[in-house]
Design a protein around this ligand. Sequence first.
Ligand SMILES: [Zn+2]
Length: 381
Amino acid sequence: MSLKSYFQQPGDGRVHPHISAADIVWAIVMSRILRVTSFLRLEWLVHSPARAGLGVKAPFGDDVLAYCTQRMNPERTRLALAEALHQAKRNKAFENSRFIGLALDGTGAGRTYKEPCRLCDPIKDAKGEVHGSLHHFVLISVVGVGLTLPVDVEPYGPGDSEYAAAQRLLRRAVEHLGPRFADYVVGDGAYATAPFLHTTQEVGLPVVARLKENLPLLAAAVRARFDGQPPHSVFQEGDDRVEVWDADDFAPWETLDWPAVRVLRYRQHKRNGTVVQAEWLTNFSIRQLGSLSFYRMAKSRWEIENRGFNDGKNRYGMEHICHHHPNSILIVWLLIALAMVIERLYRSRYLHRGDHRVRTAIDLADYLWLSLAAGGPPDTG
Ligand SMILES: [Zn+2]
C-alpha cells in the first residue's frame, strides 16, 4: 500500500459518510504538522480561507472528526506508517547508519476528569482517592539513524501492562516492517526481563537493554568484575571522553535462556565535568558489535524519550485528548506518529538537498502557515 492509496482510503468505518475520510485524515495529519492540536481548532482551520490551500474539499465540524476517528480501523494507519518507513529505507534515508534500531518505551498522556473509558487508568493519591484518569501507551520508534521515526503505538489500560503491550507491539511492528528492516531492539531497565528478551529473540532481533538493580545478581557480578579494573578501552565521542568495560561471559539469570550475557559499562566524561555511568546488556557477540557501536546503541534509547515523547507531546499534541473514546484516542496517536514521520522525512531528507541547512520543524510550520495565509497551496513537491 502506498501512502497515496492510504490517504485515499484510510480505513473509514462509517456507513454513510457525508465527508470523505480522505479529507478528514489528510486534514488531521496536516494540522499536526501545523501544530493545531485540538479538533475544535481544526474545525476553525477548515472553515477559514486557508482550507483550499490545505487541499481539503469541504468544511466539517469537530463532531465529524470525533465520529470518524471513533470508527476508523487502526490497522490501515499502522500499515501506512510501515510503508512510509519502507519507502524511507528504499530511498536511502538511513544510508549513513550501519545499524537501524527499534526503541520501545511507555508513557502516560491525556489526563482527564471525564467519565472513564476502557483505557482510563485512575490516578489515586496516597489515601486511595481518585483524581481523574490517565491514558497509557507504548511507542516503538526507529532510532540510531539520525532521524527518530515513530513506527506504531499500543495502548494499555487497567489490568494490562506496559510490559505485555510492548511485547504485542514489537511482534506487530516486526510483522509489518519485515524481519530484515531493523538490526536491533533497545529499551530501558524495564525491558531487561527474560520474557521480553525472549520475545526479541522470537522476532529475530538482537537486543540492547539497560542493566539496573531489578537484576541484582547480574548487577553484583558486574560490579565484582569491573570495579577496580582499568577501562578496557577509551573513546573520544564528540566532546566526551568515554571509558568502557565490556565482557561477554556473565552467567544468565535463571529464567533467561541465553548461554551467556554480555555487559558493557560506560563512564562518560562530559566537557563540563559531569560523569555518567551506566551498564547495558546484550546478546550481540563482540565479533558482531564493537564496544563503541554497543555504546551508541545504548545511547540511541534516549531518542524515544527526547524526539519521540517530548516532541510528540510538546509540539504535536500527544498529551491532549481530542475525543474521549478508546479508538479515537488510538487513531489520533497513530496519525500524530504519521505526521511526525512525514514531517521529518520531508524536512530532513527531501528539502535538505545540496548545501541547504536542514530547516527546523518550527521553520517548516511557519512557512506552511505563511503559504496558507497568502492563499496559495504550499509547494509540497
Ligand atoms: Zn479514557
